[in-house]
Design a protein around this ligand. Structure first.
Ligand SMILES: Cc1cc2nc3c(=O)[nH]c(=O)nc-3n(C[C@H](O)[C@H](O)[C@H](O)COP(=O)(O)OP(=O)(O)OC[C@H]3O[C@@H](n4cnc5c(N)ncnc54)[C@H](O)[C@@H]3O)c2cc1C
Length: 441
Protein backbone atom coordinates (compact mmCIF):
# COMPACT_ATOMS: atom_id res chain seq x y z
CA UNK A 1 0.00 0.00 0.00
CA UNK A 2 1.52 3.28 -1.10
CA UNK A 3 0.92 6.06 1.44
CA UNK A 4 1.22 9.83 1.04
CA UNK A 5 1.78 11.82 4.23
CA UNK A 6 0.90 15.48 3.69
CA UNK A 7 3.26 17.64 5.80
CA UNK A 8 6.59 16.83 7.48
CA UNK A 9 6.06 18.38 10.89
CA UNK A 10 6.48 16.25 13.99
CA UNK A 11 3.23 14.34 13.27
CA UNK A 12 4.13 13.31 9.73
CA UNK A 13 7.72 12.53 10.68
CA UNK A 14 6.79 10.46 13.72
CA UNK A 15 4.30 8.47 11.64
CA UNK A 16 6.85 7.74 8.90
CA UNK A 17 9.51 6.83 11.44
CA UNK A 18 7.19 4.51 13.37
CA UNK A 19 6.13 2.83 10.11
CA UNK A 20 9.79 2.32 9.18
CA UNK A 21 10.52 0.89 12.66
CA UNK A 22 7.58 -1.49 12.11
CA UNK A 23 9.13 -2.76 8.89
CA UNK A 24 7.14 -0.96 6.21
CA UNK A 25 9.41 -0.47 3.18
CA UNK A 26 10.56 3.11 2.59
CA UNK A 27 9.24 2.94 -0.97
CA UNK A 28 5.69 2.67 0.45
CA UNK A 29 5.70 5.92 2.44
CA UNK A 30 6.21 9.41 0.97
CA UNK A 31 6.18 12.75 2.80
CA UNK A 32 5.19 15.93 0.97
CA UNK A 33 6.53 19.09 2.61
CA UNK A 34 5.90 22.62 1.31
CA UNK A 35 8.79 24.13 3.25
CA UNK A 36 12.50 23.96 2.50
CA UNK A 37 13.10 22.12 5.80
CA UNK A 38 11.22 19.61 7.91
CA UNK A 39 9.81 20.30 11.38
CA UNK A 40 6.75 22.53 10.84
CA UNK A 41 5.86 24.31 14.07
CA UNK A 42 8.88 22.70 15.78
CA UNK A 43 11.36 24.58 13.58
CA UNK A 44 14.13 26.77 14.98
CA UNK A 45 16.40 29.36 13.42
CA UNK A 46 19.96 30.46 14.18
CA UNK A 47 21.07 34.02 13.46
CA UNK A 48 24.63 35.15 14.29
CA UNK A 49 24.98 32.40 16.90
CA UNK A 50 21.56 33.00 18.54
CA UNK A 51 18.98 30.20 18.17
CA UNK A 52 15.23 30.57 18.69
CA UNK A 53 12.10 28.53 18.06
CA UNK A 54 10.25 30.25 15.25
CA UNK A 55 6.72 29.30 16.37
CA UNK A 56 7.14 30.30 20.02
CA UNK A 57 9.30 28.82 22.76
CA UNK A 58 9.08 25.02 22.78
CA UNK A 59 10.04 22.64 25.58
CA UNK A 60 10.00 18.86 25.65
CA UNK A 61 7.83 17.44 28.40
CA UNK A 62 5.24 14.69 28.57
CA UNK A 63 3.14 12.65 30.92
CA UNK A 64 4.11 9.73 28.68
CA UNK A 65 7.69 8.85 29.63
CA UNK A 66 8.30 6.28 26.82
CA UNK A 67 7.18 8.81 24.19
CA UNK A 68 9.45 11.49 25.60
CA UNK A 69 12.34 9.02 25.70
CA UNK A 70 11.70 8.01 22.09
CA UNK A 71 11.77 11.67 21.07
CA UNK A 72 15.09 12.20 22.89
CA UNK A 73 16.50 9.01 21.38
CA UNK A 74 15.57 10.18 17.88
CA UNK A 75 17.65 13.30 18.53
CA UNK A 76 20.83 11.71 19.85
CA UNK A 77 19.78 10.43 23.30
CA UNK A 78 19.85 12.01 26.75
CA UNK A 79 23.35 13.46 26.32
CA UNK A 80 22.07 15.69 23.54
CA UNK A 81 19.60 17.40 25.94
CA UNK A 82 19.63 19.84 28.82
CA UNK A 83 17.30 18.93 31.67
CA UNK A 84 15.71 21.98 33.32
CA UNK A 85 13.47 22.76 36.31
CA UNK A 86 10.63 24.91 35.11
CA UNK A 87 10.73 28.31 36.77
CA UNK A 88 7.91 30.44 35.46
CA UNK A 89 6.62 33.78 36.72
CA UNK A 90 4.06 36.43 35.95
CA UNK A 91 5.28 40.00 35.64
CA UNK A 92 2.94 42.33 37.54
CA UNK A 93 4.06 45.98 37.59
CA UNK A 94 7.60 45.69 38.95
CA UNK A 95 6.98 42.40 40.78
CA UNK A 96 7.57 38.75 39.99
CA UNK A 97 4.48 36.74 40.85
CA UNK A 98 4.60 33.00 41.41
CA UNK A 99 2.88 30.93 38.72
CA UNK A 100 0.09 29.76 38.75
CA UNK A 101 -1.32 33.18 39.71
CA UNK A 102 -3.76 31.89 42.35
CA UNK A 103 -0.79 30.35 44.18
CA UNK A 104 1.08 33.65 44.00
CA UNK A 105 -1.37 36.13 45.50
CA UNK A 106 1.10 36.88 48.32
CA UNK A 107 3.47 38.41 45.76
CA UNK A 108 0.93 41.06 44.70
CA UNK A 109 0.67 44.62 46.01
CA UNK A 110 -1.88 44.93 48.85
CA UNK A 111 -4.77 46.37 46.81
CA UNK A 112 -4.64 43.69 44.10
CA UNK A 113 -4.03 40.98 46.71
CA UNK A 114 -7.21 41.98 48.54
CA UNK A 115 -9.29 42.09 45.31
CA UNK A 116 -8.04 38.67 44.21
CA UNK A 117 -8.42 36.96 47.55
CA UNK A 118 -11.90 38.39 48.21
CA UNK A 119 -13.08 37.41 44.72
CA UNK A 120 -11.56 33.93 44.96
CA UNK A 121 -13.26 33.21 48.30
CA UNK A 122 -16.60 34.60 47.07
CA UNK A 123 -16.46 32.49 43.90
CA UNK A 124 -15.47 29.40 45.87
CA UNK A 125 -18.30 30.02 48.34
CA UNK A 126 -20.84 30.54 45.57
CA UNK A 127 -19.83 27.23 43.99
CA UNK A 128 -20.27 25.44 47.34
CA UNK A 129 -23.68 27.00 47.98
CA UNK A 130 -25.34 26.61 44.61
CA UNK A 131 -23.24 23.73 43.19
CA UNK A 132 -23.48 25.50 39.84
CA UNK A 133 -22.19 23.84 36.71
CA UNK A 134 -19.20 25.38 34.93
CA UNK A 135 -20.45 28.14 32.58
CA UNK A 136 -20.02 27.43 28.89
CA UNK A 137 -18.41 30.71 27.85
CA UNK A 138 -14.87 31.43 28.92
CA UNK A 139 -15.49 34.96 30.30
CA UNK A 140 -18.19 33.67 32.71
CA UNK A 141 -16.09 30.61 33.50
CA UNK A 142 -13.17 32.78 34.66
CA UNK A 143 -15.50 34.73 36.94
CA UNK A 144 -17.13 31.51 38.24
CA UNK A 145 -13.84 29.76 38.80
CA UNK A 146 -11.48 32.54 40.02
CA UNK A 147 -13.72 35.45 41.05
CA UNK A 148 -13.65 39.05 39.88
CA UNK A 149 -10.27 40.08 41.36
CA UNK A 150 -8.21 37.47 39.50
CA UNK A 151 -10.39 38.07 36.43
CA UNK A 152 -9.59 41.79 36.49
CA UNK A 153 -5.89 41.64 37.39
CA UNK A 154 -4.78 38.60 35.42
CA UNK A 155 -7.11 36.22 33.63
CA UNK A 156 -9.13 38.68 31.52
CA UNK A 157 -6.29 40.90 30.29
CA UNK A 158 -3.94 37.95 29.69
CA UNK A 159 -6.51 35.94 27.78
CA UNK A 160 -7.65 38.94 25.76
CA UNK A 161 -4.04 39.42 24.68
CA UNK A 162 -3.61 35.84 23.56
CA UNK A 163 -7.06 35.13 22.05
CA UNK A 164 -7.61 38.55 20.43
CA UNK A 165 -11.40 38.46 20.74
CA UNK A 166 -14.04 38.96 23.43
CA UNK A 167 -13.75 36.05 25.84
CA UNK A 168 -17.51 35.42 25.61
CA UNK A 169 -16.84 34.11 22.08
CA UNK A 170 -14.65 31.30 23.44
CA UNK A 171 -15.90 28.17 25.19
CA UNK A 172 -14.65 27.04 28.55
CA UNK A 173 -14.28 23.48 27.21
CA UNK A 174 -10.62 24.00 26.18
CA UNK A 175 -9.56 24.60 29.80
CA UNK A 176 -11.04 21.31 30.99
CA UNK A 177 -8.11 19.23 32.20
CA UNK A 178 -5.65 22.08 31.54
CA UNK A 179 -6.29 24.29 34.57
CA UNK A 180 -6.45 22.16 37.71
CA UNK A 181 -8.49 23.43 40.64
CA UNK A 182 -6.16 24.85 43.34
CA UNK A 183 -7.34 23.79 46.82
CA UNK A 184 -8.71 26.86 48.63
CA UNK A 185 -6.34 26.22 51.57
CA UNK A 186 -3.34 26.56 49.23
CA UNK A 187 -4.64 29.83 47.82
CA UNK A 188 -5.20 31.23 51.33
CA UNK A 189 -1.75 30.09 52.46
CA UNK A 190 -0.13 31.62 49.40
CA UNK A 191 -1.96 34.92 49.97
CA UNK A 192 -0.50 35.31 53.46
CA UNK A 193 2.99 34.41 52.28
CA UNK A 194 3.23 30.65 52.89
CA UNK A 195 4.54 29.32 49.56
CA UNK A 196 2.33 26.71 47.86
CA UNK A 197 3.46 25.25 44.60
CA UNK A 198 0.27 24.90 42.58
CA UNK A 199 0.20 22.37 39.78
CA UNK A 200 3.53 20.82 38.96
CA UNK A 201 2.70 20.17 35.31
CA UNK A 202 5.93 20.65 33.25
CA UNK A 203 7.96 20.85 36.50
CA UNK A 204 10.88 19.36 34.61
CA UNK A 205 11.52 19.74 30.93
CA UNK A 206 14.14 18.91 28.33
CA UNK A 207 15.60 20.99 25.55
CA UNK A 208 18.19 20.09 22.89
CA UNK A 209 21.68 21.36 23.71
CA UNK A 210 22.22 22.51 20.12
CA UNK A 211 20.02 23.46 17.20
CA UNK A 212 16.90 24.53 19.14
CA UNK A 213 13.75 22.42 19.44
CA UNK A 214 14.12 21.58 15.75
CA UNK A 215 16.94 19.19 16.70
CA UNK A 216 14.16 16.77 17.70
CA UNK A 217 12.41 16.79 14.33
CA UNK A 218 15.77 16.86 12.51
CA UNK A 219 16.67 13.70 14.43
CA UNK A 220 13.34 12.08 13.61
CA UNK A 221 13.79 12.84 9.93
CA UNK A 222 17.45 11.84 9.76
CA UNK A 223 16.66 8.27 8.70
CA UNK A 224 13.84 9.27 6.35
CA UNK A 225 15.65 11.50 3.85
CA UNK A 226 14.81 9.51 0.69
CA UNK A 227 11.12 9.54 1.62
CA UNK A 228 10.83 13.31 2.19
CA UNK A 229 10.08 15.69 -0.68
CA UNK A 230 11.00 19.20 0.43
CA UNK A 231 9.75 22.33 -1.32
CA UNK A 232 6.82 20.24 -2.56
CA UNK A 233 3.56 21.97 -1.77
CA UNK A 234 0.52 19.72 -2.11
CA UNK A 235 -1.67 21.54 -4.58
CA UNK A 236 -4.16 18.90 -5.62
CA UNK A 237 -5.60 15.74 -4.12
CA UNK A 238 -7.99 14.18 -6.60
CA UNK A 239 -9.86 10.90 -6.60
CA UNK A 240 -8.38 7.89 -8.28
CA UNK A 241 -10.40 4.67 -7.98
CA UNK A 242 -10.44 3.72 -4.29
CA UNK A 243 -7.40 5.89 -3.64
CA UNK A 244 -6.19 9.41 -4.22
CA UNK A 245 -3.89 11.18 -6.64
CA UNK A 246 -1.57 13.69 -4.91
CA UNK A 247 -0.10 16.32 -7.24
CA UNK A 248 -0.85 13.86 -10.05
CA UNK A 249 0.75 10.78 -8.44
CA UNK A 250 -1.29 7.73 -7.39
CA UNK A 251 -1.53 6.66 -3.75
CA UNK A 252 -3.62 4.04 -1.98
CA UNK A 253 -3.84 6.03 1.22
CA UNK A 254 -3.47 9.66 2.31
CA UNK A 255 -2.65 10.92 5.81
CA UNK A 256 -3.16 14.64 6.25
CA UNK A 257 -1.31 16.87 8.74
CA UNK A 258 -1.85 20.12 6.78
CA UNK A 259 -4.25 22.56 8.45
CA UNK A 260 -7.79 21.39 7.79
CA UNK A 261 -8.72 25.00 6.82
CA UNK A 262 -6.66 24.58 3.64
CA UNK A 263 -8.19 21.29 2.45
CA UNK A 264 -11.11 22.76 0.44
CA UNK A 265 -8.57 24.48 -1.84
CA UNK A 266 -6.66 21.24 -2.37
CA UNK A 267 -8.93 18.24 -2.08
CA UNK A 268 -11.46 17.37 -4.75
CA UNK A 269 -15.11 16.75 -3.99
CA UNK A 270 -15.58 18.22 -0.52
CA UNK A 271 -19.29 19.14 -0.23
CA UNK A 272 -20.01 22.86 0.29
CA UNK A 273 -21.23 22.55 3.88
CA UNK A 274 -18.15 20.54 4.91
CA UNK A 275 -15.86 22.94 3.05
CA UNK A 276 -17.49 25.86 4.90
CA UNK A 277 -16.97 24.04 8.21
CA UNK A 278 -13.28 23.44 7.41
CA UNK A 279 -12.69 27.04 6.35
CA UNK A 280 -14.49 28.30 9.46
CA UNK A 281 -12.34 26.40 11.98
CA UNK A 282 -10.88 29.22 14.09
CA UNK A 283 -7.20 29.73 14.78
CA UNK A 284 -4.70 32.38 15.77
CA UNK A 285 -1.36 33.15 14.18
CA UNK A 286 1.78 34.22 16.00
CA UNK A 287 4.60 36.68 15.41
CA UNK A 288 7.81 35.83 17.26
CA UNK A 289 10.69 38.21 17.97
CA UNK A 290 14.16 37.04 18.88
CA UNK A 291 15.96 39.76 20.81
CA UNK A 292 19.70 39.17 21.14
CA UNK A 293 21.18 40.90 24.16
CA UNK A 294 24.63 42.06 25.09
CA UNK A 295 24.10 40.92 28.65
CA UNK A 296 25.83 37.94 30.25
CA UNK A 297 23.01 36.78 32.56
CA UNK A 298 19.25 36.56 32.94
CA UNK A 299 17.32 35.82 36.12
CA UNK A 300 16.92 32.06 36.53
CA UNK A 301 13.57 31.95 34.75
CA UNK A 302 12.18 29.75 31.97
CA UNK A 303 9.46 32.04 30.69
CA UNK A 304 7.16 34.74 32.00
CA UNK A 305 3.61 35.86 31.31
CA UNK A 306 2.91 39.53 30.61
CA UNK A 307 -0.79 40.15 31.35
CA UNK A 308 -0.83 43.94 31.56
CA UNK A 309 -1.68 46.25 28.67
CA UNK A 310 1.13 48.62 29.68
CA UNK A 311 3.55 45.74 28.99
CA UNK A 312 2.69 46.00 25.28
CA UNK A 313 1.37 43.35 22.87
CA UNK A 314 3.58 40.46 24.09
CA UNK A 315 1.76 37.79 26.08
CA UNK A 316 4.75 35.55 26.81
CA UNK A 317 8.49 36.08 27.01
CA UNK A 318 10.82 33.10 26.86
CA UNK A 319 14.35 33.27 28.23
CA UNK A 320 15.68 31.45 25.16
CA UNK A 321 19.30 31.43 26.32
CA UNK A 322 18.26 29.85 29.64
CA UNK A 323 16.75 26.85 27.79
CA UNK A 324 20.20 25.83 26.57
CA UNK A 325 23.59 27.56 26.69
CA UNK A 326 23.81 26.54 23.02
CA UNK A 327 21.09 29.08 22.19
CA UNK A 328 23.40 32.10 22.58
CA UNK A 329 27.11 32.82 22.23
CA UNK A 330 29.17 32.87 25.42
CA UNK A 331 28.56 36.02 27.48
CA UNK A 332 25.33 36.92 25.64
CA UNK A 333 21.66 36.16 26.30
CA UNK A 334 18.43 36.22 24.34
CA UNK A 335 14.69 36.56 24.64
CA UNK A 336 11.85 35.29 22.50
CA UNK A 337 8.71 37.45 22.59
CA UNK A 338 5.36 36.17 21.30
CA UNK A 339 2.49 38.23 19.90
CA UNK A 340 -0.66 36.54 18.63
CA UNK A 341 -2.68 37.72 15.63
CA UNK A 342 -6.23 36.62 14.71
CA UNK A 343 -5.89 33.77 12.21
CA UNK A 344 -5.89 34.68 8.56
CA UNK A 345 -4.87 38.31 9.27
CA UNK A 346 -1.53 39.94 8.59
CA UNK A 347 0.37 41.24 11.64
CA UNK A 348 -0.93 44.68 12.64
CA UNK A 349 0.19 47.61 10.54
CA UNK A 350 2.72 49.91 12.17
CA UNK A 351 5.95 49.17 13.88
CA UNK A 352 5.12 46.08 15.91
CA UNK A 353 8.74 45.55 16.87
CA UNK A 354 9.00 49.05 18.37
CA UNK A 355 5.78 48.41 20.32
CA UNK A 356 7.16 45.10 21.57
CA UNK A 357 10.43 46.64 22.72
CA UNK A 358 8.66 49.56 24.36
CA UNK A 359 6.38 47.18 26.28
CA UNK A 360 9.05 44.81 27.52
CA UNK A 361 11.33 47.69 28.49
CA UNK A 362 8.42 49.15 30.46
CA UNK A 363 8.03 45.72 32.12
CA UNK A 364 11.68 45.93 33.15
CA UNK A 365 12.84 42.91 31.12
CA UNK A 366 15.55 44.68 29.15
CA UNK A 367 17.09 48.02 28.29
CA UNK A 368 17.17 49.18 24.68
CA UNK A 369 20.92 49.82 24.82
CA UNK A 370 21.53 46.09 25.50
CA UNK A 371 19.83 44.97 22.26
CA UNK A 372 22.33 43.66 19.70
CA UNK A 373 19.76 42.83 17.02
CA UNK A 374 16.30 41.37 16.53
CA UNK A 375 14.88 38.78 14.20
CA UNK A 376 11.25 37.94 13.56
CA UNK A 377 9.15 35.07 12.25
CA UNK A 378 5.49 34.60 11.45
CA UNK A 379 3.53 31.39 11.83
CA UNK A 380 0.05 31.25 10.34
CA UNK A 381 -1.48 28.30 12.17
CA UNK A 382 -0.36 28.54 15.79
CA UNK A 383 -3.29 28.27 18.21
CA UNK A 384 -6.63 26.53 17.81
CA UNK A 385 -9.35 28.92 19.00
CA UNK A 386 -12.13 27.20 20.88
CA UNK A 387 -15.05 29.29 19.70
CA UNK A 388 -18.60 28.02 20.10
CA UNK A 389 -18.69 26.56 16.58
CA UNK A 390 -15.46 24.60 16.84
CA UNK A 391 -16.84 21.25 18.02
CA UNK A 392 -19.49 21.01 15.29
CA UNK A 393 -17.17 22.20 12.52
CA UNK A 394 -14.41 19.90 13.63
CA UNK A 395 -16.72 16.86 13.90
CA UNK A 396 -18.11 17.25 10.37
CA UNK A 397 -14.63 17.95 8.92
CA UNK A 398 -13.10 14.88 10.53
CA UNK A 399 -16.09 12.70 9.67
CA UNK A 400 -15.85 13.63 5.98
CA UNK A 401 -12.08 12.97 5.86
CA UNK A 402 -12.42 9.60 7.55
CA UNK A 403 -15.35 8.52 5.39
CA UNK A 404 -13.37 9.42 2.28
CA UNK A 405 -10.11 7.68 3.13
CA UNK A 406 -8.10 10.73 4.21
CA UNK A 407 -6.72 10.10 7.67
CA UNK A 408 -6.58 13.35 9.72
CA UNK A 409 -3.55 13.67 12.02
CA UNK A 410 -1.77 16.32 14.09
CA UNK A 411 -2.42 19.69 15.69
CA UNK A 412 -4.17 21.31 12.73
CA UNK A 413 -4.68 18.20 10.60
CA UNK A 414 -6.97 16.82 13.34
CA UNK A 415 -7.64 20.17 15.04
CA UNK A 416 -6.56 19.12 18.53
CA UNK A 417 -4.76 21.40 20.98
CA UNK A 418 -1.79 19.02 20.89
CA UNK A 419 1.79 19.53 21.99
CA UNK A 420 4.50 17.68 20.10
CA UNK A 421 4.46 14.69 22.45
CA UNK A 422 0.71 14.26 21.93
CA UNK A 423 1.29 14.45 18.18
CA UNK A 424 3.83 11.63 18.51
CA UNK A 425 1.40 9.58 20.62
CA UNK A 426 -1.32 9.98 17.96
CA UNK A 427 1.12 9.16 15.16
CA UNK A 428 2.31 6.06 17.02
CA UNK A 429 -1.26 4.83 17.47
CA UNK A 430 -2.00 5.40 13.76
CA UNK A 431 1.22 3.62 12.77
CA UNK A 432 0.21 0.62 14.86
CA UNK A 433 -3.16 0.48 13.09
CA UNK A 434 -1.54 0.78 9.68
CA UNK A 435 1.05 -1.90 10.47
CA UNK A 436 -1.67 -4.22 11.73
CA UNK A 437 -3.58 -3.67 8.48
CA UNK A 438 -0.42 -4.43 6.49
CA UNK A 439 0.08 -7.67 8.45
CA UNK A 440 -3.49 -8.87 8.07
CA UNK A 441 -3.83 -7.68 4.46
C1 LIG B 1 3.26 29.10 20.51
C2 LIG B 1 3.39 27.61 20.55
C3 LIG B 1 4.07 27.01 21.59
C4 LIG B 1 4.18 25.62 21.64
N1 LIG B 1 4.90 25.07 22.65
C5 LIG B 1 5.09 23.75 22.67
C6 LIG B 1 5.93 23.15 23.65
O1 LIG B 1 6.48 23.85 24.50
N2 LIG B 1 6.13 21.81 23.61
C7 LIG B 1 5.55 21.02 22.66
O2 LIG B 1 5.78 19.82 22.67
N3 LIG B 1 4.73 21.54 21.72
C8 LIG B 1 4.49 22.88 21.71
N4 LIG B 1 3.69 23.44 20.74
C9 LIG B 1 2.92 22.54 19.85
C10 LIG B 1 3.72 21.95 18.72
O3 LIG B 1 4.40 22.96 17.99
C11 LIG B 1 2.76 21.23 17.77
O4 LIG B 1 1.95 20.34 18.49
C12 LIG B 1 3.43 20.40 16.70
O5 LIG B 1 4.58 21.03 16.19
C13 LIG B 1 2.42 20.15 15.57
O6 LIG B 1 3.01 19.33 14.61
P1 LIG B 1 2.20 18.83 13.33
O7 LIG B 1 3.12 17.98 12.56
O8 LIG B 1 0.89 18.27 13.75
O9 LIG B 1 1.83 20.15 12.52
P2 LIG B 1 2.80 21.18 11.79
O10 LIG B 1 4.02 21.37 12.57
O11 LIG B 1 1.92 22.36 11.52
O12 LIG B 1 3.17 20.44 10.43
C14 LIG B 1 2.43 20.55 9.26
C15 LIG B 1 3.41 20.58 8.10
O13 LIG B 1 2.68 20.67 6.89
C16 LIG B 1 3.37 21.52 6.00
N5 LIG B 1 2.39 22.01 5.00
C17 LIG B 1 1.42 22.92 5.14
N6 LIG B 1 0.73 23.07 3.99
C18 LIG B 1 1.29 22.22 3.10
C19 LIG B 1 1.01 21.89 1.75
N7 LIG B 1 -0.01 22.43 1.06
N8 LIG B 1 1.79 20.96 1.15
C20 LIG B 1 2.81 20.35 1.82
N9 LIG B 1 3.11 20.63 3.09
C21 LIG B 1 2.35 21.55 3.74
C22 LIG B 1 3.92 22.60 6.89
O14 LIG B 1 4.99 23.29 6.28
C23 LIG B 1 4.34 21.79 8.12
O15 LIG B 1 5.68 21.37 8.02
C24 LIG B 1 3.57 24.81 20.65
C25 LIG B 1 2.91 25.42 19.57
C26 LIG B 1 2.81 26.80 19.51
C27 LIG B 1 2.11 27.44 18.35
Amino acid sequence: MKTAILGAGVSGLALARRLAEGGLPASDVHLFEAGPVIGGLCRSKTVDGFTYDVSGGHILFSKDAPTMQWMRDCAGGDDAFVKRDRNTKIRFDDRWVHYPFENGLGDLPDGAKFDCLKGYVEAWHARQVDASAAPKDFKSWIQWRFGDGIAKHFMDPYNEKIWKRPLEQITSSWVAGRVPDAPIDDVLRAAIGIRTEGYTHQAIFYYPKQGGFQAITDGMGSTLAPQIRLNTRVESVTRHGDGWRVNGEDFDRVVNTIAMNDLPDIVEGIPDDVAAAMRGLAFNSIVCFLVALDRPEHPNLSWIYLPQHAQGPVNRATYMSNYSPGNAPEGKTSFLFEVTVPGGHAPPAGDLEAEVLRGVEHAGLLRRDEVLFTDRSFCKHAYIVYDHELDARRASSIAWCEANGIEPLGRFGHYDYFNSDQCVIASTALAERMLEQARTG
